[in-house]
Design a protein around this ligand. Structure first.
Ligand code: G3H
Length: 317
């Protein structure tokens, strides 16, 4: 796919791009399973893929008991996600995670802790995770987070608009959110586990991109069902169709429940198979995760030393 390097400006609402699309769940499940089964990444390649996965992680804390101290520790981990001796053995200079993702009131603490690192701060906003506060308040939350220095905003959509097929209302709210984001890049969380069908997932993805989303993201991490491979495949197909229709490259962020190195490898394989290597870069691919890094570091250590360290050696992940 040939794509424009400029930011997605969105389009008018174009229901004709998605209204007739029907996604077959069985076919999506079969294709997702085939991709992950056919691609076993071996030894050295596996370490390289895991390092790439780290560079694409939005290292996240979204808990009711978050404190500035926890956010600072998370930011320290984002700056140095892998122990220096493991990196040295792999012959790699320090790498960082793709971003740090926090609640709006934690943004100033993250911005300060990441100063000079080049690591962007992402903030959830718009009544995360349910999105059920009045629109002016949801927009004000974006304005607040951007004002505090957030570089990226992860918005949530009103699931009701999807469930009722009210595409204009969905488009209008996401458009307003994109405007409130200004220069900050906007990731649209669809909360796919609450959208009922894969057909709805495809349609909501398309509306979010038409309304100017820079990324489409599966889940908040708080739904009963979070990121799955068939849902991700459906979103990637929408993303590819949008790219072919407009020439704009949209990013993808699976989030919620990704906890193991094996999960990270499965999603990298999906990205590579469906979209190619260009979508294995942090400007177009992020993994939203609060507890994935620990297992990746563990697997890298095993790769280097041939054994697993105790879990407490990988303290915060
Ligand atoms: O956006 C990121 C998610 O909230 C993280 O979910 P998780 O805690 O299941 O990794």
């Amino acid at each position: 796919m040939s794509v424009s390097p400029t930011r997605n400006p969105g389009t008018e609402l174009r229901p004709e791009w998605f209204e007739d699309v029907q996604v077959n769940r069985t076919a999506a499940e079969r294709r997702a399973a085939a991709i992950t089964a056919s691609r076993t990444v071996k030894k050295n390649y596996q370490a390289a893929w895991l390092l790439r996965a780290i560079q694409c992680i939005d290292l996240t804390t979204l808990a009711g008991d978050d404190t500035p101290g926890r956010v600072r520790r998370l930011c320290a981990k984002a700056r140095q996600p892998v122990r220096p001796d493991i990196l040295e053995a792999l012959g790699v200079d320090n790498i960082t995670t793709g971003a740090v993702c926090v609640y709006p009131t934690m943004v100033p603490h993250a911005v300060k802790a990441l100063e000079g690192s080049g690591i962007p701060v992402a903030s959830v906003a718009t009544g995360f995770p349910s999105g059920l506060t009045p629109l002016p308040q949801r927009l004000a939350e974006i304005t607040y987070a951007v004002g505090e220095g957030a570089h990226e905003i992860d918005i949530v959509i009103t699931r009701e608009h999807v469930l009722l097929g009210n595409w204009q209302a969905l488009y209008d709210e996401i458009r307003a959110m994109r405007e409130a984001c200004g220069e900050a890049h906007m990731k649209a969380i669809l909360a796919t586990g609450e959208l009922g069908t894969l057909t709805n997932v495809y349609r909501a993805s398309m509306v979010a991109m038409q309304a100017g989303a820079d990324f489409i993201k599966t889940s908040t991490g708080k739904e009963t069902e979070n990121a799955t491979l068939p849902v991700s495949l459906t979103m990637l197909r929408a993303l590819r169709d949008y790219g072919e229709l407009t020439g704009h490259a949209i990013g993808f962020k699976p989030a919620g429940g990704l906890r193991t190195a094996k999960d990270a490898l499965a999603w990298l394989a999906l990205m590579k198979e469906e979209l190619g290597n260009r979508w294995l870069q942090p400007d177009l691919f992020r993994i939203g995760a609060s507890s994935l890094l620990g297992d990746i570091e563990r697997q890298l250590e095993h790769h280097v030393t041939g054994r697993y360290a105790n879990a407490e050696h990988h303290a915060l992940s």
